[in-house]
Ligand binder design. Structure first.
Ligand SMILES: Nc1ncnc2c1ncn2[C@@H]1O[C@H](COP(=O)(O)OP(=O)(O)OP(=O)(O)O)[C@@H](O)[C@H]1O
Ligand SMILES: O=C(CO)[C@H](O)[C@H](O)COP(=O)(O)O
Length: 336
């Protein structure tokens, strides 16, 4: 990249275990690994694990994080300068020696606090908040931490409960600033579902920001309920239900698209795609193709995968717009 290239800054926020890594893998597919540098904001923990225990704060608490350094370094990267970024080591719970990070065309800051600090928030070109309902969070965390990390059910529950006050105070409020929120909830299609395998996922899209052109179903601004199951979409129990409509979210006008249920055959998502408008794809079928490319990613067969792809495409189009407006401004300046 040259010094005149525009660095586009993307924020991906959410609690640990809410699907940020999966979303980032989808973004890397769209932008290409070499175009994108991901910064995990855990690296700005100012207190290590032992110090947090001594002081009695969680990693979610602003007191355990260095927002001045975060702002300075993210600003520098956006200005095209390299930085010496600290590293938080999750294995040891200590801070490792810093590493040099060079600017890139797209810099993604992901973690607990991309939108917490007003100064950092002001640098973002596009932001998404992954909002995982508590019951689903517990189900996912239990599945991962018990299977992969040798934790017990009680460990997982205790960890979630000990984080809750700081989560509510410092992490959750950031969703009011996001351009798009992906909300992941228990299904309404099964009465008293305890498995949490079937999900109701909502994509809450700001109507009042330039970066977002909200995706809609059938008719922009109307309220629509759609059960697409039948001849063109195979649905086994409990089926699929889509909803679209205008709403208010933290005082902003938003457009909400919702998918409850899961797809039996991913290739049939093309039927849903053909009824969506304002999708920032380059060609008809790109959404379904992107889902099919990574069937193995968690959530590919439900609204989480579909909305991650739609938000990724929106980010790609925002990136292209920002870069081309930067290039035309530079060309104008050169001719003046
Ligand atoms: N859409 C999904 N559907 C079902 N399970 C999911 C989905 N997304 C993520 N998971 C589960 O949650 C776990 C955590 O996902 P992921 O690693 O993407 O989250 P994360 O926010 O990056 O977590 P961390 O910050 O702890 O690394 C996955 O291992 C998977 O078990
Ligand atoms: O919420 C988290 C972000 O991923 C971690 O819990 C936080 O970074 C602290 O890490 P560790 O538990 O490894 O000390």
């Amino acid at each position: 990249m040259t010094s005149s290239d525009r660095v586009v800054l993307i924020g991906v926020a959410g609690d640990s275990g809410c699907g940020k890594s999966t979303f980032l893998r989808r973004l890397a597919d769209l932008f290409g690994e070499e175009m994108m540098t991901v910064i995990c904001l855990d690296d700005y923990h100012s207190l290590d694990r032992k110090q947090r225990k001594q002081v009695g704060v969680t990693a979610l608490n602003p007191k355990a994080n260095n927002f001045d350094l975060m702002y300075e370094q993210i600003k520098a990267l956006k200005e095209g300068k390299s930085v010496e970024k600290p590293i938080y080591n999750h294995e040891t719970g200590l801070l490792d020696p810093p590493e040099t990070v060079h600017p890139n065309r797209i810099v993604v800051i992901e973690g607990l606090h991309p939108m917490y600090d007003e100064r950092v928030r002001g640098l973002l070109d596009f932001s998404v908040y992954l909002d995982l309902d508590d019951e689903v969070k517990i189900a996912w965390k239990i599945q991962r931490d018990m299977a992969e990390r040798g934790h017990t059910y009680e460990d997982v529950l205790a960890a979630i409960n000990s984080r809750r006050p700081d989560f509510d105070a410092y992490i959750d409020p950031q969703k009011q600033y996001a351009d798009v929120v992906i909300q992941i909830l228990p299904t309404k299609l099964i009465k008293d579902d305890t498995e949490r395998k079937v999900l109701r996922v909502r994509m809450i899209q700001r109507d009042d920001v330039e970066e977002v052109t909200p995706v809609y179903l059938f008719d922009e601004g109307s309220t629509i309920d759609w059960i697409p199951c039948g001849r063109k979409l195979t649905c086994s129990y409990p089926g699929i239900r889509l909803h679209y409509g205008p709403d208010e979210y933290y005082g902003h006008s938003v457009s909400v698209l919702e998918v409850d249920g899961q797809f039996d055959r991913l290739e049939e998502v093309i039927y849903i795609e053909s009824h969506l408008s304002n999708v920032s794809s380059k060609y008809y079928g790109e959404v379904t193709e992107l889902l099919l490319k990574h069937k193995e990613y968690p959530g590919s067969n439900n609204g989480t995968g579909l909305f991650q792809v739609l938000v990724g495409l929106e980010m790609r189009s925002a990136y292209e717009r920002l870069v081309s407006s930067g290039a035309s401004m530079a060309a104008k300046a050169a001719t003046n």
